[in-house]
Design a protein around this ligand. Structure first.
Ligand code: ADP
Length: 316
């Protein structure tokens, strides 16, 4: 309690910056240095959990505090306010996120070298999470914030959770629909870091075509888009898939798309870029590329070299 008061006293809360699904975000400054900005994320209290802290929030905390990496948002402090709400003091990242750049709201242009730089930063963040037995579970352009020096930082660990959690069945209702892998759409309750890799693949695809690649309106629609664009998950390509609790695929079945199809849509990534994208979008999660193997892929070392972070396009 005493510690909590001390933490809270370090910051001055300013104007509201934005509102998310489970939090309001405010600008803050350090009482000792008013030129030092932070973002104060005030978690909206959930009625069911008034007894304690919202479980999602507690998870966000635990993981953020443990994960110190240049491509993961820094959690400076945590305190609860008078009304029992949980406040996270985060690194202030006012330059928006990758979704804003993709959507081209400010006429930002970017190319293959920029995409390689952003993908490199995202891949290193995901590798670091998985190396620490943490799944992010909600990777999407909107959760990739941009720092003043051009660094991309993975944010919003509201759903993240250690996968070394053998006693708890994990819910499959995680990850924004468009980035949700087939194993979660089919209701798998045991899953791995492969769920994040699928989402990374869809972020890669979206950076290349500048529009969400598989934008399903419903879960059923999402599955049918995957079947059309990537191929139908069947026992032949994914042994055991038909045993998943909510397995259902439309007829007729489509073969898994070959390299030519990918080169046609994503050719600007080059041969090796397309090879990496295909490895991320493998239907069977056990055959999908791992974060470690992503970092070892030849794409990183072929032309063009990734843009230096200082030279990356940005808004404003
Ligand atoms: P969502 O993920 O739904 O956008 P958040 O609660 O993460 O919700 O954030 C809500 C808004 O607050 C964001 O859209 C952004 O404008 C702002 N915001 C969030 N985090 C930061 C941050 N670290 N620095 C600056 N602004 C932030």
């Amino acid at each position: 309690e005493q510690l909590n008061m001390e933490e809270k006293a370090k910051y001055i809360k300013g104007k509201k910056l934005g509102e998310g699904t489970y939090a309001n975000v405010y600008l803050g400054t350090l009482r000792s240095d008013p030129t030092h900005f932070v973002a104060i994320k005030k978690i909206k209290i959930q009625a069911e959990y008034t007894e304690g802290l919202a479980p999602d929030a507690v998870r966000e905390l635990k993981h953020l505090q443990e994960l110190s990496h240049p491509n993961i948002i820094t959690l400076h402090s945590v305190f609860s306010s008078r009304d029992q709400n949980l406040n996270l003091v985060l690194e202030f990242l006012p330059l928006g996120d990758l979704e804003m750049l993709i959507k081209d709201v400010e006429g930002v242009r970017y190319g293959a070298a920029d995409i390689k730089a952003w993908m490199g930063m995202l891949s290193r963040a995901v590798w670091f999470c998985h190396a620490n037995a943490v799944l992010h579970r909600d990777i999407k352009p909107n959760n990739l914030l941009i720092a003043a020096d051009g660094m991309v930082k993975l944010a919003d660990f509201g759903l993240a959770r250690a996968f070394a959690d053998p006693y708890k069945q994990m819910t499959s209702n995680v990850i924004t629909r468009w980035y949700r892998p087939p194993e979660l759409l089919f209701g798998a309750r045991h899953y791995s870091g492969a769920v994040d890799i699928w989402a990374v693949g869809l972020v890669f695809a979206e950076l290349l075509i500048r529009t969400p690649y598989l934008a399903g309106d419903t879960e059923v629609h999402q599955i049918s888009l995957i079947c059309q664009a990537i191929g139908t998950p069947t026992e032949e390509v994914w042994p055991g898939v038909s045993k998943l609790p909510e397995y259902t695929v439309p007829e007729p079945h489509n073969p898994v798309r070959g390299r030519e199809t990918y080169l046609g849509t994503f050719g600007t990534a080059g041969y090796e870029g397309v090879d990496l994208l295909m490895a991320m979008l493998v239907l069977d999660p056990r055959a999908r590329i791992t974060a470690q193997a992503v970092l070892e892929h030849p794409w990183w070392s072929c032309e063009p070299r990734p843009t230096r972070k200082e030279d990356l396009p940005r808004k404003g």
